[in-house]
Design a protein around this ligand. Structure first.
Ligand SMILES: Cc1cc2nc3c(=O)[nH]c(=O)nc-3n(C[C@H](O)[C@H](O)[C@H](O)COP(=O)(O)OP(=O)(O)OC[C@H]3O[C@@H](n4cnc5c(N)ncnc54)[C@H](O)[C@@H]3O)c2cc1C
Length: 418
């Protein structure tokens, strides 16, 4: 006689409608989960592609409708109870309840925390002319002031700051980037590569100021003024502060869930409390390749977490193991990063740095740990496989542009021993 499996009557509550939360809801249905799914998010927009904020949305090349993750009818069709404009204010893990801002509460059997992050702020005060960029409301406010001929100070030359600078130049604004490090993007890329990207910005007319230890950013009637501790001073019509983000852990921490640079999870994305999971930007996850913990702030990592947590919840758990990769569009170039490139890595360049057609492979202790490519997305896929398989490949082979990386990686997948 064939055993008939019991229908799954659990209720999964998901906090956060970003790619991690909405991705988990979709992945649960894909895995055949038949219980209730309640997807709750503070933002008033239905789930959308957040990376578009600094790119096609800010530039005005796309409308919000073009960057929604799914058509509006999708959520109901999938039996996903999407509640937007609703904030979860507290969690009681004993009674398995989440409390909402309007005073309502919802019982859960399984809770997924996908609250993402918020912009790190310079000061607590708000100012008309000082902007941050994390959600649609931020983007709309910035866009209304980023008009042709206006001048912009970008505080922080990381990925988001660099993308805003690029979009602002496209819109006909003059742009100055104030960066604390000797070269922008140096936390993400090896210095030799970061310098090439900085040169790209300079050639597009961005005025780059490095080694800026910002003392104050003040707003007057005519604009904003940034002052560095060494006496340098810059003014502009408006400023965007892009100095990183902080994981949104307040509600989890108040509920007694372990938090350390994000919500701490194990390799199955389980938090310190039973049946509570954390995914996406908010989750600090064991790094199965390099050891230690890793909190990625990348779209694809959040997507991968969503798929993995759904599998765990339906009982098909596997330890989470995925080499992160991300992309950025700046001045018409597509930059992709895989793995964990570091400032002290040995860098092997394939292609030509000067024409922005290259892949730089990063080696640490004889192992491939990351790569940065401009205009070569296929290489990034291949390097992810190389990091996963950790093969014994000589530097000469890696540096040989006649050896196709995709073929090298495919060879590894077909026969693990080179
Ligand atoms: C401007 C910008 C550009 C980016 N560009 C790129 C890029 O080019 N490539 C790339 O790989 N990554 C990029 N990223 C990063 C990427 O967008 C994030 O890694 C990804 O969105 C993380 O998804 P998430 O679902 O974990 O978190 P989020 O997208 O932050 O979603 C979390 C959601 O939870 C909600 N929330 C928080 N607390 C509560 C609560 N208590 N109750 C209810 N809801 C709550 C928030 O309002 C938010 O909607 C960019 C990010 C920004 C801001």
């Amino acid at each position: 006689m064939t055993a008939v499996s019991e229908p799954d009557t659990r209720t999964v509550v998901i906090v956060g409608t970003g790619i991690a939360g909405s991705g988990a809801a979709q992945a649960l249905r894909k895995e055949g989960f038949g219980g209730s799914i309640i997807l709750i998010g503070s933002e008033t927009e239905e789930p959308y592609r957040r990376p578009a904020l600094s790119k096609e949305l800010l530039s005005g090349k796309a409308s919000i409708d073009r960057v929604r993750l799914r058509p509006p009818t999708f959520w109901t069709e999938q039996g996903i109870d999407l509640r937007i404009g609703v904030t979860v204010t507290s969690i009681d893990t004993d009674s398995r309840t989440v409390c909402l801002v309007d005073g309502d509460s919802i019982d859960y059997d399984v809770l997924i925390l996908a609250a993402g992050g918020r912009s790190r702020r310079l000061t607590a005060e708000d100012s008309e002319r000082v902007h941050y960029l994390r959600d649609i409301a931020d983007m709309r406010r910035l866009q209304s002031q980023l008009i042709e001929g206006s001048s912009l100070l970008v505080v922080g030359g990381g990925l988001i700051g660099s993308e805003v600078a690029s979009t602002a130049r496209d819109l006909g604004c003059s742009v100055q980037v104030l960066e604390a490090q000797p070269v922008p993007l140096s936390r993400l890329l090896p210095p030799s590569i970061a310098e090439k990207i900085a040169a790209l910005h300079a050639s597009a007319g961005v005025a780059l100021q490095t080694g800026v230890d910002l003392e104050t950013l003040t707003t007057g009637v005519d604009g904003v003024t940034a002052r560095a501790r060494d006496g340098r001073e810059w003014t502009a019509d408006l400023a965007v502060v892009a100095i990183g983000s902080l994981p949104d852990t307040d509600v989890a921490a108040a509920a007694g869930i372990a938090v350390d640079n994000g919500i701490s999870v194990d390799r199955y994305l389980r938090t310190s409390v039973i049946d509570v999971y954390a995914i996406g930007d908010v989750a600090n996850v064991p790094n199965g390749f390099l050891g230690g913990m890793h909190r990625g702030e990348h779209w694809n990592t959040a997507q991968d977490h969503a798929v993995a947590v759904a599998k765990t919840i339906v009982g098909k758990e596997e330890p989470f193991e995925s080499v992160p990769w991300s992309w950025s569009n700046q001045f018409g170039r597509n930059i992709q990063v895989a793995g964990w490139p570091g400032a002290d890595d040995t860098v092997i360049v394939r292609g030509d740095l000067d024409s922005y057609d290259f892949t730089a492979i990063c080696m640490r202790d004889g192992n491939i740990v990351g790569a940065v490519s401009v205009g070569r997305p296929k290489d990034i896929r291949a390097v992810r496989t190389l990091i996963e398989r950790s093969p014994d490949i000589s530097v000469d082979v890696l540096a040989d542009s006649n050896r196709d990386l995709t073929e090298l990686a495919a060879g590894l997948v077909a026969s693990p021993v080179l």
